[in-house]
Design a binder for this molecule. Structure first.
Ligand code: PMV
Length: 315
């Protein structure tokens, strides 16, 4: 039985986070510079069924039965065994690593799940379809985040830009004219489960106001889709700014993220907004070729822990 490796990209949400949990559309794209990786190595000398997990990024080294039942890695392994119908679990070591910053709105948890599901099902000789991979990763997201929309597992499994709306068929977005983004990670971790729960509390307190804000965000995602399809991404900038204003209104920005957005705009970005759950994590800034370096440098000076540029273009 050979070793099996699988990787999965990070992601950013271009438009529509939070509103997507309430059925509005959102746009997400994979970020290939950062990835999660899972490697499954057979351990022929160990007793059958013995699975060792190593995840050095989080200081984890344990056998699977030492992990709590709902630990995401244990959950994935057990679900893959049951879904794939494997009757025997060969002894193995699973090593999980990731260059995607944790709890920063870049989909690290979904990427770890997708890489692990693919590597482990491949190791068992029963690779799963993309649809099943995404469904299983969604189950893990539910354990970790409560009420996820499903956008993270979808964009990361299919690794293509998506226009995503809960309950609708996934729409792959073809990006013919490159979108260049500077991503600035604040280095402040933030729990998506908590921001999503806070938004829910706000919605419970004033459903009419929040529904109106979500509608406006959904409209922005639709307009952005049309702009992307028409191949004129420069005009996405003002939509990003409008989306950021609405994210502030639903209470998921923060002083640091607001100041990064201001810094990006003051140094020549065409638009900027937080991306993902918010409060901490990262902001994304749409840039032209001329402004990329200015914006990236300004964000570094403003205190971003990590700044990188990504160019999104369909193959
Ligand atoms: O922070 P992330 O990368 O998990 O993104 C969360 C996006 C939300 O819309 C806030 C939640 C969701 O499940 O869609």
């Amino acid at each position: 039985m050979p070793a099996v490796t699988a990787t999965a990209p990070g992601k950013i949400i271009l438009f529509g986070e939070h509103a997507v949990v309430y059925g509005r559309p959102a746009i997400a794209v994979p970020v290939n510079q950062v990835r999660s990786r899972a490697v499954v190595n057979p351990e022929p000398a160990a007793e059958t069924g013995r699975v060792t997990i190593q995840a050095p990024d989080i200081g984890l080294s344990a056998t699977m039965d030492q992990l709590p039942q709902n630990h995401p890695i244990r959950f994935v392994v057990e679900r893959v065994v049951s879904v794939s119908g494997a009757s025997r679990l060969p002894a193995c070591t699973i090593r999980v690593t990731s260059s995607i910053p944790f709890s920063s709105g870049m989909g690290s948890s979904a990427a770890v799940s997708v890489a692990l599901i693919r590597a482990f099902s491949g190791f068992l000789g029963r690779p799963l379809s993309d649809e099943l991979v995404s469904d299983l990763a969604f189950e893990v997201e539910k354990i970790q985040h409560g009420t996820p929309s499903g956008i993270d597992n979808t964009v990361i499994t299919y690794a293509v830009p998506v226009f995503y709306q809960k309950g609708s068929q996934i729409e792959r977005l073809k990006i013919n004219s490159a979108i260049t983004l500077v991503i600035a990670d604040s280095g402040l971790t933030s729990s998506t489960a908590e921001t999503v729960a806070d938004v829910r509390r706000g919605w419970e307190g004033d459903a009419a106001r929040y529904e109106e804000l979500f509608d406006q965000i959904g409209d922005i995602s639709r307009k952005a889709r049309d702009i992307i399809i028409s191949g004129n991404p420069g005009s996405l900038g003002s939509l990003m700014n409008q989306n950021q204003t609405l994210l502030k209104k639903i209470g998921v920005s923060s002083e640091t993220l607001d100041s990064f957005v201001e810094t990006a705009m003051a140094s020549g970005a065409l638009g900027a907004k937080l991306s993902g759950g918010g409060r901490g994590g990262n902001i994304i800034a749409l840039v032209s070729e001329d402004s990329t370096t200015f914006v990236a440098d300004a964000l570094k000076k403003a205190g971003a822990e990590r700044v990188f540029t990504t160019r999104i273009l369909s193959n």
